[in-house]
Design a protein around this ligand. Structure first.
Ligand SMILES: NC(=O)c1ccc[n+]([C@@H]2O[C@H](COP(=O)([O-])OP(=O)(O)OC[C@H]3O[C@@H](n4cnc5c(N)ncnc54)[C@H](OP(=O)(O)O)[C@@H]3O)[C@@H](O)[C@H]2O)c1
Length: 244
């Protein structure tokens, strides 16, 4: 009974505090292109896909990494900058000349209060505003704001409230920070991530996911969808769910 009450309270908090999608506002400057991108979280699962796929699309990529040795650097269109999102000075250096930021920031410090995602995103946005970088595409997760419950019953009743409670609270704050910003932003909320191959044509929209089954998607498909958001205004200033 106590667990149930705690769960309901937590779910209500995630639902109320997270971003709620409104009618998207399409206002990209006409003719603007996003050919120079900064990828944050570039050594992670989604981040590596973003780097590879962005280079395949012919974009000029800057990867912000904490450890240079974790990313191959032999592509002439890839620049690697060592830095930390909690250190604004390294972000400033990485932001110069960029057209957009793609963030696949994440970590594994699940069992205690953390502000890495929210504070890191605040620092990213400050540096974007200073350097007039117009667009941010940020990966968060289904299960926040108006997508509470859409990760399926296993995640909604066990994984999120028991294992990821602090993490999801930080993610909720991360979405708040982004939604209050003045840049062109798109929040991409995937279901459970897999390392499977790219299948293409994922389902997307404010109401994808399932209240029963675990909604999942490969990191390769999430990455492709995130890169597509550089050229599309469909979900500008909104949080969009994406799953297979
Ligand atoms: N796993 C799932 O099923 C699932 C489902 C939905 C959404 N998501 C979310 O999707 C996002 C990406 O997940 P993922 O599993 O693909 O990525 P991941 O493997 O967890 O990688 C996270 C990335 O963030 C970087 N990072 C962490 N702290 C940093 C800091 N202070 N400064 C700079 N970089 C930092 C990591 O760098 P290092 O390599 O140096 O650690 C790594 O490159 C996460 O936000 C995750 O919560 C995950």
């Amino acid at each position: 009974m106590v667990y149930l009450l705690c769960y309901i309270g937590y779910a209500v908090a995630l639902a109320r505090a997270g971003h709620h999608s409104r009618v998207p506002i399409a206002n990209k400057a006409p003719g603007r292109s996003y050919s120079r991108v900064l990828i944050v979280g570039a050594t992670g699962g989604t981040g590596r896909m973003l780097v590879a796929q962005a280079l395949d699309r012919g974009l000029r990529v800057t990867a912000l990494v904490r450890d240079r040795s974790r990313l191959e650097t032999d592509n002439p269109h890839l620049t690697v900058i060592q830095g930390d999102v909690l250190d604004p000075s390294t972000l400033e250096a990485a932001m110069t000349g960029q057209d957009a930021v793609l963030s696949a920031l994440g970590h594994k410090r699940f069992f205690g209060p953390t502000r890495i995602l929210s504070e890191g995103s605040r620092n990213i946005l400050r540096a974007m505003e200073v350097h007039k970088v117009p667009r941010l595409v940020c990966e968060t997760s289904l299960g926040i704001g108006d997508s509470v419950g859409r990760m399926g019953v296993y995640y909604s009743l066990f994984v999120i409230p028991v294992i990821l409670a602090f993490y999801f609270w930080d993610k909720t704050r991360q979405e708040q920070v982004i939604a209050r910003s003045h840049v062109e932003w798109v929040i991409v909320r995937p279901g459970a991530l897999t390392n499977g191959p790219k299948r293409g044509h994922p389902r997307h929209g404010p109401s994808v996911g399932s209240y029963i089954l675990t909604a999942s998607i490969s990191r390769a498909d999430v990455s492709e969808f995130m890169l597509d958001q550089l050229e599309s205004d469909t979900y500008l200033r909104s949080a969009v769910g994406v799953c297979s």
